[in-house]
Design a protein around this ligand. Structure first.
Ligand code: MSP
Length: 658
């Protein structure tokens, strides 16, 4: 663990790279907001910081999601990655590097590592027999399945037997165990470290790091029958982010990472075992700390799942909070960041509740921090013509308290205890509020004690300045607004951690009071409104789930399908979508439909003309690759279309299929 004394040492901090088959939710944001707060704090300390994040774009999951949407995987990832980057911007995430595993320099690094380890004998060709969980992209042993399903996501697994490359993790078990035992800061929190040690048991088994060739994954170099396993590919992002192996100057500047943050689900199997073993095989130093945080679940205690309709998207939550409170969206975003990092000790699980968020918003932000500012600035306006006074004799009364809190925050941040750091900062907020109450500038004014009045107001304003800096890693936009209202932005004042000391506030500056940053929320009314909304959402999710769950259909449900014979009149390729054809199909009653079908790889458009296919004629229209599809044609084949379902030529278009 490091402290503020480390200034000058570089601070390379990483988040996991996120799968792009989904949009970011509160859970993903938690890892990234935590990393952002640490990165911002270390920048304030004056250290060179490199904060990296990115997207994990290979794997079966992505290929299948793309196929389901009739897109090429590259098209899907290009589209979704933008949503992730937009989200990070909206959540005030200030990363330095964003890697995509489809970036050519990353692909080259992965292939370099693979080659090198195969040459050194750390990677060898064997045979994989077992189970594979596609959603988790994880190989599993029979003994690891729970009720036949994946132990992590509880979904079905697939059986596979295939030649595959293995990484000799087993060879590094002893060294790794020794490293973990000798470096208590390597895996945090401590409870996770114990979990990793017990997972390692008598030793690690070799990891399967390839699978049969797929179109979408990184090919194994010099073996076109195999592709690289997505986790092997993904972990190496931490190396390719900093120039490995081509730019060793750059690499030397940042390696090893000081902090790798992740959720507890991806610590044991991947980051705490496979990853350090790969680094040992490459003769590279290990990251200083792997920190696994807890899991955010819903207020009802459920894991967030798209299929359950209970996923919370951070920006939507922030917008709702802005709407409820009247705060700006930027303030609401920061309030959510505050809530996530304050509500629970980093490392433990937490459940998200609106009541919890609104209570913290009112108590900590509106009442404590907001009030301090809202009480102080009008006094400066009234008694001091809006100007920050000279400190004068007697100022600096809060100096010791500021020093105490600064030291506490440094200690807590060095231990990644965001919540405790915020508790400490709020002790300073309370001290400043109390100081204002007991030194009562309004009385000093009445008693015409101008020197004392100025000293007291100087101290409070100075303390607000310190608080703005202290909260900035957590709430950057709120810090900026306080800075602006103090007049420090116009004065061009810079922020550094070293300025979190008393008597550094420049005098003579004109304050610029604005609207209260945190308008108080009427929690009861807000909860009623949220309740009504969530009931509506729950109902529609339940309806959708009921439809999705049913594994049989009634004859009435089947009868609802309008299946008809259709004759293909035209077939065209769609530019930029090499799987899709645009068909014009005569579906009878002089009606022709435009239908987009994912069959371009198997069928030549010219050969399609005049074929009588089976059309689902009452399918809801959808836009696929910018082209409206007014139905679907049926094909045979589970993965790829192998043949079309055709009707006898004697059937005219429009003939009902039953
Ligand atoms: N792609 C892999 C990581 C590869 S890193 C070399 C992956 N991606 S993920 O998108 O599924 O998850 C990324 C991070 O989000 C993980 O740290 C995970 O723990 C975190 N979270 C996802 N849902 C979460 C919650 N509900 N709560 C807290 N964090 C969780 O895994």
């Amino acid at each position: 663990m490091r402290s503020a004394d480390d200034s000058g040492r570089s601070f390379y901090i990483t988040t996991p790279i996120y799968y792009v088959n989904d949009l970011p939710h509160i859970g993903h944001s938690y890892t990234t907001i935590g990393a952002d707060a640490q990165a911002r704090y270390h920048r304030l300390l004056g250290e060179p910081v490199l904060f990296s994040t990115g997207t994990d774009e290979h794997g079966q999951k992505i290929a299948r999601s793309a196929e389901a949407r009739g897109l090429k995987p590259q098209e899907l990832v290009d589209e979704v990655v933008e949503a992730w980057q937009r989200m990070w911007k909206r959540l005030h995430i200030d990363y330095d590097r964003f890697i995509r595993t489809t970036d050519s320099h990353h692909v080259a690094t992965v292939q370099y590592v693979f080659r090198r380890l195969r040459e050194s004998g750390d990677i060898y060709l064997g045979e994989y027999q077992g189970w594979y969980c596609i959603p988790c992209e994880t190989h599993l042993l029979e003994s690891e399945l729970v009720g036949g399903d994946c132990p992590e996501c509880k979904r079905e697994v697939e059986q596979v037997t295939e030649p595959a490359y293995f990484f000799r993790t087993s060879a590094y078990s002893d060294r790794l165990r020794e490293h973990i035992e000798r470096h208590p800061e390597f895996i945090l929190p401590e409870s996770r470290r114990n979990e990793v040690l017990s997972f390692m048991g008598e030793g690690l088994r070799d990891a399967c790091i390839s699978r049969g060739h797929t179109e979408w994954d990184i090919p194994v170099p010099d073996d076109d029958t195999q592709s690289i396993y997505v986790w092997f590919d993904a972990l190496i992002n931490y190396l390719s982010q900093v120039g490995y192996p081509d730019d060793l100057d750059e690499f030397g500047q940042w390696w090893p990472p000081r902090l790798e943050l992740m959720g507890k689900d991806i610590l044991t199997r991947f980051h705490a075992t496979l990853w350090p073993a790969i680094l040992m095989a490459l003769d590279l130093p290990l990251p200083e700390t792997l920190f696994a945080h807890g899991w955010w679940i819903t207020a009802q205690g459920d894991r967030m799942r798209k299929s359950k309709g209970n996923v919370l998207h951070p920006y939507e939550v922030a917008r709702e909070l802005a709407d409820i409170s009247g705060a700006t969206t930027a303030v609401a975003v920061d309030s959510l960041r505050y809530f996530l990092l304050r509500e629970v000790t980093f490392g433990l699980d937490a459940s998200f509740s609106w009541r919890g968020l609104l209570s913290r918003f009112n108590a900590d932000l509106a009442n404590d921090l907001g009030n301090l500012l809202n009480r102080t600035l009008p006094l400066v306006e009234r008694y001091l013509e809006k100007k920050i006074p000279e400190p004068g004799p007697g100022a600096g009364e809060l100096a010791a308290e500021i020093d105490r809190v600064r030291a506490l925050v440094e200690q807590e941040m060095a231990e990644y205890s965001f919540s405790a750091a915020l508790v400490a900062i709020w002790e300073l907020v309370a001290s400043a509020n109390k100081f204002l109450d007991t030194r009562a500038p309004w009385t000093l004014h009445k008693e015409a004690k101008q020197v004392e009045l100025e000293a007291v107001l100087y101290d409070v304003l100075d303390c607000v300045r310190v608080l703005a800096i202290m909260v900035s890693p957590f709430m950057p936009a709120i810090c900026d607004e306080i800075w602006r209202q103090l007049g420090l932005e116009s004065a061009g004042a810079e922020k550094s951690w070293d300025d979190c000391r008393a008597l550094q506030l420049p005098s003579g500056i004109a304050i610029e009071p604005g609207r209260p940053i945190f308008p108080r929320v009427d929690i009861r009314r807000a909860m009623d409104r949220l309740q009504a909304r969530s009931e509506r959402a729950e109902q529609s999710a339940a309806e959708q789930q009921a439809v999705a769950r049913a594994d049989t259909v009634t004859i009435e449900q089947f009868a609802q399908l309008d299946l008809r014979v259709g004759t293909i009149l035209e077939a065209h390729r769609i530019p930029g979508a090499d799987k899709l054809l645009r068909l014009i199909v005569d579906v009878g009653e002089s009606e022709s439909r435009q239908i987009v079908a994912g069959i371009a790889k198997q069928f030549n458009p010219r050969e399609m003309l005049n074929i009588n296919v089976v059309v689902v004629a009452n399918l809801e229209p959808a836009t696929i690759h910018g082209v409206e599809s007014q139905g679907m044609i049926l094909a045979v084949g589970a993965e790829e279309p192998e043949a079309l379902v055709v009707a006898d030529r004697l059937c005219p278009p429009g003939t009902v299929v039953r």
